[in-house]
Design a protein around this ligand. Structure first.
Ligand SMILES: [Zn+2]
Length: 240
């Protein structure tokens, strides 16, 4: 058996410091529970560190911090928001709502790439506030973490307004026309994502539906899969 090289591949982890709609936006006819919109967005990406992974086995053998300037991009996106009252009724705890949005974003991202006949990396996804005042990332504990505009951790979204927004954006500067057809198919995409998550054989969530979960999530009362399903049902106009 060949000896495994001791060197490792640096892999940069990525954080979204902020995403905020700018310039034109168009919003689809709002149903009582959710709205889909399309428009231009400004994205700020920050790479806070890197992870070292061993060749072949993908063992995690360390990480380090890096200090790079933010990368900014102007592009187009389609985004979904749930009606705040309906969201609070479906998922009263904000951490569950954020987790639901992150899981729903994972499923929608993959069905959207398929429908657009694009690579998954041709589209980007982000969950955050519609005004860019916070964004949510998946932390190392598998839970959604809130970050402020300067990437500082937040305990709670600032202010009283809590309007998590799920963005799928064209991952090329200026956009190459991927987001407009996704907006036209916004309702179909949500149904596709619902079908994907509901039809998955896993119990609590997995990389084939809402993204990887931790072993401890299997025994939770509200699983990441259920949280994501609740959000997708809202985005589907409350139709399960
Ligand atoms: Zn699954």
């Amino acid at each position: 058996m060949p000896a495994q090289p001791a060197t490792a591949t640096p892999k940069v982890s990525q954080d979204f410091a902020s995403i905020s709609p700018s310039a034109f936006t168009s919003t689809a006819a709002e149903c009582p529970f959710a709205a889909a919109s399309h428009g231009e967005v400004h994205i700020v990406r920050r790479y806070p560190g890197y992870k070292k992974i061993r060749y072949y086995s993908h063992d995690n053998i360390g990480y380090g911090h890096i200090d790079l300037p933010d990368q900014e991009m102007h592009t187009t996106a389609v985004w979904w928001q749930a009606e705040p009252m309906a969201l609070e009724q479906a998922l009263p705890a904000r951490e569950h709502a954020i987790e639901g949005f992150l899981g729903a974003a994972y499923a929608l991202h993959h069905v959207a790439a398929l429908r657009a006949m694009a690579e998954v990396r041709d589209l980007g996804r982000a969950v955050g506030d519609s005004q860019g005042s916070w964004s949510a990332v998946l932390g190392s504990d598998g839970r959604g973490q809130l970050r402020g505009p300067s990437n500082e951790p937040l305990e709670q979204p600032p202010g009283d307004r809590f309007e998590p927004t799920l963005f799928l954006y064209d991952n090329f500067p200026g956009g190459v026309g991927l987001s407009a057809p996704l907006f036209d198919d916004a309702a179909v995409l949500v149904q596709d994502a619902l079908g994907l998550v509901r039809g998955c054989a896993c119990r609590a969530g997995c990389p084939a539906c809402v993204g990887p979960i931790l072993a401890g999530d299997e025994n939770r009362t509200l699983t990441p899969k259920q949280a994501a399903l609740s959000v997708l049902v809202l985005l589907n106009g409350g139709v399960a």
